[in-house]
Design a protein around this ligand. Sequence first.
Ligand SMILES: Nc1nc2c(ncn2[C@@H]2O[C@H](COP(=O)(O)OP(=O)(O)OP(=O)(O)O)[C@@H](O)[C@H]2O)c(=O)[nH]1
Ligand SMILES: O=P(O)(O)OC[C@H]1O[C@H](OP(=O)(O)OP(=O)(O)O)[C@H](O)[C@@H]1O
Ligand SMILES: O=c1cc[nH]c(=O)[nH]1
Length: 459
Amino acid sequence: MDSETLNTLTDGIKRHLSVQSNGSVSSPSSTRHIPKEPFIIGVAGGTASGKTTVCNMIISQLHDQRVVLVNQDSFYHSLSGEKLEKVHEYNFDHPDSFNTDLLLSCMEELKNGRAVSIPNYDFKTHKRTDHGRQVNPSDVIIVEGILVLHDARVRDLMNMRVFVDTDSDLRLARRIQRDTVERGRNIQNVLDQYARFVKPSFEEFILPSKKFADIIIPRGADNDVAIDLIVQHIRTKLGQHDLCKIYPNVFVISSTFQIRGMHTLIRDVNTTKHDFVFYADRLIRLVVEHGLGHLPFTERQITTPTGSVYPGVVFCKRLCGVSIIRSGESMENALRACCKGIKIGKILIHGEGNNGRQLIYEKLPADISSRQVLLLDPVLASGNSAVKAISLLLSKGVPECNIIFLNLIAAPQGIHAVCKKFPKLKIVTSEIDETLDKDARVIPGMGEFADRYFGTDSN
Ligand SMILES: Nc1nc2c(ncn2[C@@H]2O[C@H](COP(=O)(O)OP(=O)(O)OP(=O)(O)O)[C@@H](O)[C@H]2O)c(=O)[nH]1
Ligand SMILES: O=P(O)(O)OC[C@H]1O[C@H](OP(=O)(O)OP(=O)(O)O)[C@H](O)[C@@H]1O
Ligand SMILES: O=c1cc[nH]c(=O)[nH]1
């Protein structure tokens, strides 16, 4: 191996090894993921079609910080000299009025994971202001503007192209309202500009770019259904790995064909109870072993029979399990098999779908507050049961950072619910699924886990 390859490998290994605050070392390399390129969405449409509102709805539904918005307006050329003096003669709706090269270079930087400064454009002075807006790289970049689908170079950057298609009378009415109120213009100028430049350029450049759109949204921001579909599609595309990026405490065990094969069996509606139990047990054992890997440990050197020194570690001592009845009980054997004599408490929670959850029964080790807790439940759906169980553990004095939630299949909704409320605990799961259905069942999921595992289903 040459030294360059060795250095690259060593750097890679270092990046994936993190030193924890207690001085111990953990290696989450098998559960973390290398950042991917961002998902770029272009949103075009005529003036005042509601592009900004559509983008804001997408951003809020995608849960904020991972999404950045880049407005094409920020890239207008600054006007000076004769152009500024004769501003009423200037066509702001022509592709040449934008500095598209600058837009492209900013997009390229963001795409490569580097922060950029995006200019600010003042619609009153027709100039870019000195100080730009710092935009950090993100998982989703939305680039919005009248002509973002016009230039092939900008279009080619996009993973999804959206055209907001709003009736032109409505757009004109909004434009008059906006330009007179927000941009300090008089109505006659607005109408003149519209007739002379805005409408002809819409017909020449903007409307023809509609054919490049993957999705056309009639009625703009009033079209909740279209926006929901867009958000759903982005979520699917972002997939599970991105959830690990938003929530650094979510760990998905690294997938192998063995693991995919076991998932295929337990998810198959035709799998017999016997096979379901066999393969669910195998997967559970893997999740438990991975989960234990997140416990703190201390270093200990030992001597081997060859007289050599082995720099080892000692397992964490004060542990306990807590299973959520019934499904969680299926994970107890694997935990006992790995941790001899471990104490296991139980919690029974009642409630269905997205309605609330009620604590029915709990029996936990008396000294649980001084233990590391492995919470067991193979299914994380809406997250309601997990939130209830974790809240109980916290009320018993268990520090949030001492809880590791072990799980087979998690829905993104459950991960959001748990991680937003409890950012310090860890979730270890074997797969993250697409979504939930209206009955809060995980999709594609594996059906009712406990019924299949304990044989209480109708088959
Ligand atoms: N008069 C004037 N018009 C400008 C100037 N800069 C941009 N425009 C106009 O601003 C429009 C671009 O912004 P819009 O797409 O309408 O704005 P938006 O807020 O993104 O629109 P929606 O979000 O779709 O409602 C173009 O139609 C230009 O005519 C300027 O300096 N002076
Ligand atoms: O994230 P949630 O939407 O709360 O759903 C997940 C819960 O649902 C399942 O239990 P269920 O209530 O079906 O009980 P069971 O284990 O007795 O089948 C599962 O084991 C979780 O405890
Ligand atoms: O899909 C689901 C959701 C909750 N509980 C299950 O067992 N399966």
